[in-house]
Design a protein. Structure first.
Length: 698
């Protein structure tokens, strides 16, 4: 008997050991993430804070000559920023410690251009230190942005500046605890103050900074820091400032080619399937049009619809989301931004409230060595370290989730086990509806995380087919949800003549108000285009009658309509289409070519009546590839088209990366004629374009 027990014990111990030895884990495939990068992927969402002299000068890019005396927040509270980030489920905050104008938010030992020469806390303050403490208190990670381009520094462009830059890096990486991400922006070289030289300095980004050396210094000083942006970085820009990744998104990049200047940034949205290095995408976007706070944007915080789309098109497409919350002159995140962020979080929480696959019966057409260790059930066990894997060379397979009863679904979430590489090239989804399999999605990459937003279907089973993969594949997680119906906000458009159109998804009813009050079911029902050519604030909601739910509110503010506006003269271009710049539709544009001898080009507009105005806006071309953006401008007004007063001049900063409506304000003035002069273009090209010109007349 004793022998039998011993024998049994022997088999019991040996059996699992043997089966483990029989079925080996899949071999890693292709470039792999480092543990630092895996941890970074898992952060998913974190905040960006742009706050500097620009906040006080109302600029997006400072020229470099602004006085540090202007930096004077009345109520700076980094704990408020941290609280808001934490409550939104963010995992960290990246602070712009130095932007392109060279002003430092910490009292750097290497320059006088910092908080120490500002009135804030009598020059004794340190914003980086306050944020580091707040992050610690709220259990958030701290990241820092140090602009390589410095429009103030006298030696920018010379080797001495590189020493200065590296000294500052060392300060930031040694004095404030761990820095999870170091952010190096790509804007480099151009005109600036440069210690009083007031000139244009061009540099070759890849050569000038000697990034290899700079990176060595970073890793020696702070090995836990992940470096983003220019140089041989560990994470890449997503190629736009709208927070959107490509549907196909590889975490790989041909970085060698990129460093040789052979990769266009538009390729960053999708990465490179054959990239030799793991360089995942980070989607950055501001919750408002600009990166820095501008009071005129208080009512231009991105709509909830847009924020939800951004979430799904960044985190839902294998990218991290770096969401900017500009800090205002008080030193606080504005209430409107906080409200919108809370609304976003509420929607996302509701969307992912109840997971539906964990209780289903899971089967797969192939399981690596038929082993439990790699079984299909691992994708629903809630453990990120277990996975479903297929046999070597099995690059296509299906996994089926059978429900106990028909289940409504409109979201599917998938994750590859990225520690072994990113492999899946294509997958599809099918739902069993009334006994028939019906295709509901055909997609490409998965990566760390992919989320599909689908029309709601009610199915007795769900099937995911991996239809193309670089190698056998390794899936760690598959989930499904039934998110509440999201009624999209209506779109309000008003043309030149004051004709208002309000659009919504099919089947919804629209209600609107014209007096600034909140629209409800009792407000006016929209029945079709109506004319309203006076200054007005239109608010509208869409209501889904079947489900009795409404959208968020759309607000559109207009001055007097452009009914009487005419383009009087333009110095070039097609005069037949010039009215596109005043047709109320930013998506239609007009462009004109300048001849090489004449760099300034202008348009003169007659508003048909004298108006009191406090500013103008330029909407660049919105549709197309080469947007022919204007970078420097002058704006004049006149009562008689003879005597002109210069009201505003300067640059449209950052217009290339963020081609949004450019708002320029000035003191109230009476005007009938407007003269907009384009002094230069972003690409130094000869072609200029304008989507729309507006005035601020309220
Ligand atoms: C850009 C910069 O030029 C902007 O000012 C901003 O900091 C943004 C995040 O990156 O390229």
């Amino acid at each position: 008997m004793k022998n039998i027990i011993l024998l049994l014990a022997f088999f019991l111990i040996l059996t699992p050991v043997c089966s483990q030895e029989l079925v080996k884990a899949p071999e890693p495939f292709g470039p792999l993430p480092t543990q630092k990068q895996v941890d970074w992927h898992e952060m998913e969402l974190y905040a960006f804070v742009h706050f500097s002299l620009n906040t006080f000068t109302n600029k997006e890019w400072g020229y470099g000559d602004e006085s540090p005396q202007l930096f004077n927040p009345t109520n700076l509270d980094a704990r408020q920023w941290a609280r808001i980030a934490k409550e939104a489920g963010m995992k960290g905050i990246i602070l712009v410690a130095k932007h392109h104008d060279g002003f430092c938010l910490w009292p750097s030992a290497y320059t006088e251009r910092s908080v120490k020469n500002s009135p804030w806390k009598n020059g004794k303050g340190d914003v980086v230190k306050e944020l580091a403490a707040a992050c610690k208190e709220y259990n958030l990670k701290l990241g820092l942005y140090l602009s390589p381009w410095d429009r103030n520094h006298a030696e920018y462009g010379k080797p001495e500046y590189i020493t200065y830059f590296r000294n500052q890096l060392k300060e930031l990486l040694t004095n404030y605890g761990d820095v999870f991400e170091m952010w190096f922006d790509g804007a480099n070289g151009g005109d600036g103050y440069y210690g009083g030289a007031n000139e244009t300095r061009k540099i070759n980004t890849l050569e000038y900074y000697n990034w290899d050396e700079t990176y060595k210094l970073i890793y020696k000083t702070a090995p836990k820091t992940l470096v983003w942006g220019v140089g041989p970085s560990e994470a890449r820009w997503i190629g736009n400032e709208e927070g959107r990744a490509g549907k196909t998104n590889w975490s790989l990049l041909r970085q060698k080619e990129e460093l040789a200047g052979k990769v266009h940034y538009s390729e960053f949205m999708s990465g490179h399937e054959d990239g030799e290095k793991w360089v995942p995408g980070e989607a950055d976007v501001s919750i408002r049009p600009g990166w820095f706070y501008h009071a005129v944007e208080d009512d231009k915080v991105r709509s909830l619809d847009e924020m939800v789309d951004i979430y799904y098109e960044s985190i839902g497409r294998n990218a991290n989301l770096l969401l900017n919350l500009p800090v205002d002159k008080r030193g606080l995140v504005h209430e409107n931004d906080e409200t919108r962020l809370k609304e976003l979080v509420t929607v996302i929480k509701e969307d992912f409230k109840t997971e539906l696959l964990a209780s289903s019966k899971v089967t797969a057409t192939n399981t690596r060595g038929n082993s439990n260790e790699f079984a299909a059930q691992n994708v629903t066990d809630g453990n990120k370290d277990t996975y479903w894997a297929t046999d070597d060379n099995v690059k296509t397979a299906s996994i089926v989730f059978d429900f106990e009863k028909p289940t409504a679904i409109n979201r599917i979430l998938l994750q590859e086990y990225i520690k072994l590489g990113q492999r899946v090239r294509a997958f599809s989804a099918e739902a069993k509806i009334d006994g028939q399999w019906k295709s509901i999605a055909n997609e490409t990459t998965i990566g760390y995380k992919r989320i599909l937003r689908l029309d709601r279907i009610t199915a007795s089973a769900l099937k995911i087919n991996i239809t193309d993969s670089k190698a056998n594949f390794v899936i760690s997680n598959i989930q499904a949800y039934n998110a509440p119906t999201f009624v999209r906000i209506p779109e309000i458009l008003r043309d030149k003549n004051g004709n208002v159109t309000i659009k919504s998804q099919e089947g919804n009813s629209i209600y609107y108000t014209l007096d600034g009050s909140k629209p409800t079911l009792k407000s006016t029902l929209y029945k079709g285009v109506f004319k309203y050519n006076k200054a007005v604030q239109i608010k509208a909601i869409a209501i889904n009658k079947d489900e009795k739910i409404s959208s968020a509110i759309t607000t559109a503010k207009y001055g007097v309509s452009k009914e009487k506006w005419k383009v009087v003269t333009a110095s070039g271009g097609d005069m037949n289409s010039v009215n596109r710049i005043i047709d109320g539709n930013p998506d239609t544009d007009w462009s004109f070519r300048s001849d090489s001898n004449k760099l300034s080009q202008e348009v003169v507009i007659d508003m048909g009546a004298i108006l009191k105005i406090t500013g103008f806006t330029y909407i660049p071309q919105q549709v197309g590839n080469n947007l022919n953006l204007i970078s420097k401008y002058e704006f004049y007004t006149s009562l008689d088209n003879i005597k002109w007063i210069l009201q505003s001049q300067g640059e449209f900063s950052n217009i290339k990366n963020n081609p949004i409506e450019q708002v320029k304000t000035f003191s109230e003035t009476k005007a009938r004629y407007l003269r907009f002069v384009a002094k230069s273009t972003e690409e130094k090209a000869q072609t200029f374009s304008i989507g729309e010109i507006n005035v601020i007349d309220k």
